[in-house]
Design a protein around this ligand. Structure first.
Ligand code: EPZ
Length: 418
């Protein structure tokens, strides 16, 4: 049975929606729950297929896991395993974060190489180098990984690039290392700060997240804690771009403007009015949507790579010219094919997409990855006529119910089955 979004575009939006918890914060936090002895409680954990996979990994490791709405309870009392089943490891990139937590707890971990979106090469060399620097021996053979660490000792780690996952894995492993670990040139994303917040509520001594140096004083037994996951800033960017694309106005409850300065600045430059106060954002676009000139993605606090497809989708149906350069992933323009089927004028050369905005028409298209699929849905809201977006399994990884939320904003979007 094939599921798809049926979208009728061309209608300005008007409505309000609550932003759900952040996938890229909940996933490392669920891995970090392994570090505590007992039952931790995590609130605002989004009901996403990636989070379901993380909960399944915790169950396979022997934890008792319960979900009541968006509150998840993880009890590690009966934990016994340190081998992650291939089927789960291959389902998403974030599975790799369980390696750092298992290394900290058991000084051992085993798994196959992680899976994830088809965004190009997704190496984990920086994760492995961080584990080795802390004292782990790493063996790799026909797609399998085995980590052993008779003991883990804190030390200075310098990341050549501010990798989000490598930073998170280094923080997790360092919690199990005797002594102080200093991570230089870490990722500074808000999700890293959220992970630090959760670790500290377990009693871990972690400081500096969000800055250019994170310090972990490891080797202490950690107790269970209770924590609330931050709002998802890429979901927020998605809904901002949806209103920018279709026109009209929208209120985003729970949104954190401070996490999205480059996205807000780009949309204002293209002709949107955006404002808000603590925990709430509004956006309005009454006149034409222009272009953004030249824009580059980069590590936080630069323009986030995850919002690049979403902004491009809005600009494609506007009336201005833009050039977006993707500096993080080498295959992050695959959604452009779908936009072209809607009549978009986008030329991709190497790492740059040149966009000349013009009216779009509805089309039947297929999502190839998570944010690319959301981008096609955003563009369909602006396109004249009916669109169908297939490949919802990609979209469901990062959005609780993209159709439900876009309908709450006034969009004509329904989930259907063929
Ligand atoms: C995280 O992926 C996010 N995923 C991604 O979100 C996000 O796009 C990315 O960070 C960048 O912000 C989760 O948090 C689960 P990286 P991650 O390590 O950790 C290279 C989404 O849509 N690299 O910061 O995999 C890598 O190839 C997803 O929610 C190495 O070379 O990203 C990439 O070019 C998509 N060696 C760059 O670094 C390594 O060992 C940044 O990757 C690790 C990474």
């Amino acid at each position: 049975m094939m599921e798809y979004f049926a979208v009728e575009g061309g209608h300005p939006l008007e409505g309000s929606v609550t932003i759900h918890g952040a996938k890229n914060s909940a996933l490392p936090i669920l891995a970090a729950a392994l570090l505590a002895d007992g039952e931790s409680v995590i609130h605002n954990c989004p009901a996403l297929t990636d989070c379901a996979a993380a909960l399944e990994i915790l169950r396979c490791l022997g934890c008792r896991v319960r979900r009541e709405g968006t509150t998840v309870t993880v009890d590690t009392t009966c934990r016994r395993e340190h081998v992650i089943p291939d089927g789960l490891m291959g389902r998403m990139r974030a599975s790799v974060l369980f390696l750092g937590a298992l290394l900290a707890r058991d000084r051992a971990a085993a798994a196959c190489w992680p899976g994830g979106c088809a965004l190009g090469a997704r190496p984990i060399d920086l994760h492995i180098r961080a584990f080795q620097a802390l004292g782990a021996q790493v063996r790799s053979w026909n797609g399998q990984l085995s980590l052993q660490a008779p003991r883990l000792a804190g030390r200075r780690l310098a990341l050549p690039i501010p990798s989000v996952g490598a930073t998170e894995n280094a923080m997790l492993a360092a919690c199990g290392a005797q002594g102080v670990t200093v991570i230089d040139n870490p990722a500074r994303e808000p999700e890293i700060v959220d992970l630090q917040g959760f670790l500290r509520c377990l009693g871990a001594r972690v400081t500096g997240a969000g800055s250019d140096r994170i310090t972990v004083e490891g080797g202490h037994r950690l107790h269970p804690g209770e924590y609330t996951v931050m709002a998802d800033r890429i979901v927020t960017a998605t809904y901002l771009c949806a209103v920018a694309a279709a026109g009209g106005e929208g209120e985003l409850r729970g949104a954190q403007a401070s996490h999205l300065a480059p996205v807000i600045s780009a949309l204002k430059g293209a002709g949107c009015a955006i404002g808000g106060q603590k925990g709430r954002l509004w956006i309005r676009r009454k006149g034409p949507l222009g272009g953004v000139g030249a824009l580059r993605t980069g590590p936080y606090p630069a323009f986030p790579t995850d919002a690049q497809p979403l902004l491009a989708a809005a600009l494609a149906g506007g009336g201005g010219k833009s050039r977006i350069t993707e500096t993080i992933f080498d295959h992050r323009f695959r959604y452009v094919q779908g936009l072209a089927e809607m009549g978009a004028c986008i030329q991709v050369r190497g790492d740059t997409a040149a966009i000349v905005g013009r009216p779009l028409r509805g089309a039947w298209v297929e999502a190839t990855d998570l944010r690319g699929g959301a981008a096609l849905t955003v563009a369909a809201l602006a396109a004249q006529g009916e669109s169908r977006i297939g490949g919802l399994e990609h979209i469901d990884r990062g959005y609780e119910a993209l159709d439900r939320d876009l309908r709450a904003l006034g969009g004509w979007v329904w989930r259907k089955q063929e």
